[in-house]
Every structure is written in C-alpha cells, then in structure tokens.
Design a protein around this ligand. Structure first.
Ligand code: SAM
Length: 237
C-alpha cells in the first residue's frame, strides 16, 4: 500500500498534486482515502470553495482553501505550480465528481507533469462512469463526449461528425436543453437505444431506459430539473 507520506519522501522537497474525486450528490460517496488526503495536504484548490466547505465540514477537515475555476485557471496555475515546487502538497477538487472531467484540472495537471511534479489520482465518483455502469448498453468500448456545443448549428455538425461512431456514447446535458438535444440526436444519429440518468445518488434520482424517442416522450410534458447524463448506443452495422 502506498501512503502519502512515502510519496512525499520520494519527491525531494517538491510537493505532490492530488486529483481528488468528490461525490456527485451523496456525500457518503466520499472515499476514506479522499478524506485522509484532504486532511494531510497543505492546501486545497477548489472549483467552488463554498461547496468544498460543505464536504470539509462534514469530515471535520480544516485546511486553507484557494479557488481554482474555469475563469482563473490560466492565471492561477503558475502560483499553484510554484507552491508545489516549494514543497506544498495540494489537493484539487472540483464542484462534483472527478476534476478534469468536464471540469477544471487539465491545465494544472499537464503543467505539473511538465515540471516533473508528481500527480496522484484519488479516484471516486464520476457521473459519466456511474451512468454508464447502469445503462445496460455495451460498456466494453465507450466514448465520453461531455457537453455538446451549446449553439444549434455547431451541435448539429458535431452530431453528424460522430454519427458513425460504434462505441457507446456518453453526454452531459443541461435540463433546459435535453429535449432539444434528444430531438437533434434522433435526426442526426437515428432513434437509438439510450438511457437518461438524472440526479444520480441524490434524493430524486431517476434512470429512464428506452429508445431516444421513448425517453423524449417521457420528458416532454414535465418540468425537467437537476443534473443529467445521457448514454446513447453506438452506431449499429
Ligand atoms: N466532474 C464531474 C464528473 O466527474 O462527473 C462532471 C462535471 S460537469 C461540469 C457537470 C455535469 O455532469 C452535469 O451537468 C451533468 O451533466 C453531469 N452530472 C453531474 N452530477 C450528476 C448526477 N448526480 N447525475 C447525473 N448527471 C450528473
């Protein structure tokens, strides 16, 4: 078993960057290791410091927090890298789930690797993987597409581009756009099998299975709220 303290002794006074996954809803999905690492690091860089405080409070963790989000990523990366170089151990957490997955992190991770700073994942919840695991669609090959472009023209072109992909497809989508997106998918990809996961791990968790048009029918006449991951079957021969 590799403990943080062993890693630290290997780094010759450089710090370690931990990429720590946090729950996508249910706080009980915090791993024991995530709690330990968050207790041991010197600084926690958080996409949303208020949300991070809720988690830290639950586990009685008191650590300096610094914000690291989409709009300060570029300017904040050098100062975090400098702190790592001077020996601070830093954990990056996003608003929910795994940092870097449709969340800030990639820039910091690639910069740290470029500077030979050790980067250690502390795995845990990720909406894409959670939804895929209960989708009932083939999981031996899948493609994570994340959020589609918000503008309709670009979205349509993007869907056209991926229409030949035969792996299972994973999308993140907002509740406001989900019906329009499913309609576009039916046009561009065909009426494929799919699964819509809403509010996974939360009070109003819901999984809807069926063809894209059957899912659309179930959504169209109601107010859709919450966070959605959509899994769509790949192209069939
Ligand atoms: N980093 C996160 C992860 O590891 O899943 C994803 C962050 S991304 C900004 C947020 C999107 O993930 C939401 O808009 C939704 O599409 C999806 N998502 C997050 N939590 C979810 C949940 N509890 N149930 C279903 N989808 C979820």
């Amino acid at each position: 078993m590799c403990m943080a303290t062993e890693i630290e002794s290997l780094t010759m006074n450089q710090g370690v960057l931990y990429i720590v996954s946090t729950p996508i809803g249910n706080l009980e999905d915090t791993t024991l290791r995530a709690v330990r690492i968050l207790k041991e690091v010197d600084i926690i860089a958080a996409e949303d410091t208020r949300k991070a405080q809720i988690l830290l409070k639950k586990y009685s963790i008191k650590k300096p927090l610094t914000s690291y989000f989409e709009h300060n990523e570029r300017t904040k990366t050098p100062s975090i890298i400098n702190k790592l170089k001077s020996g601070a151990n830093i954990a990056l957490v996003s608003e929910a789930g795994t940092p870097s997955i449709s969340d800030p992190g990639y820039r910091l991770v690639s910069e740290a690797i470029g500077q030979s700073i050790p980067v250690i994942p502390v795995p845990g919840a990720c909406a894409a993987v959670a939804a895929l695991s209960v989708s009932g669609l083939p999981v031996h090959r899948f493609v994570f597409e994340g959020f589609l472009p918000p503008k309709s023209g670009k979205r349509k072109n993007f869907l056209k581009k991926i229409s030949g992909e035969d792996s299972t497809l994973i999308f993140y989508e907002s509740p406001y756009r989900i019906c329009a997106t499913i309609k576009e998918m039916i046009r561009e990809l065909g009426n494929r099998k799919a699964m819509l996961a809403r509010e996974l791990t939360k009070l109003h968790e819901e999984s809807i299975y069926g063809s894209l048009s059957e899912i659309l029918e179930k959504l169209e006449h109601r107010k859709i709220k919450g966070e959605i991951t959509l899994i769509v079957e790949g192209k069939k021969e």
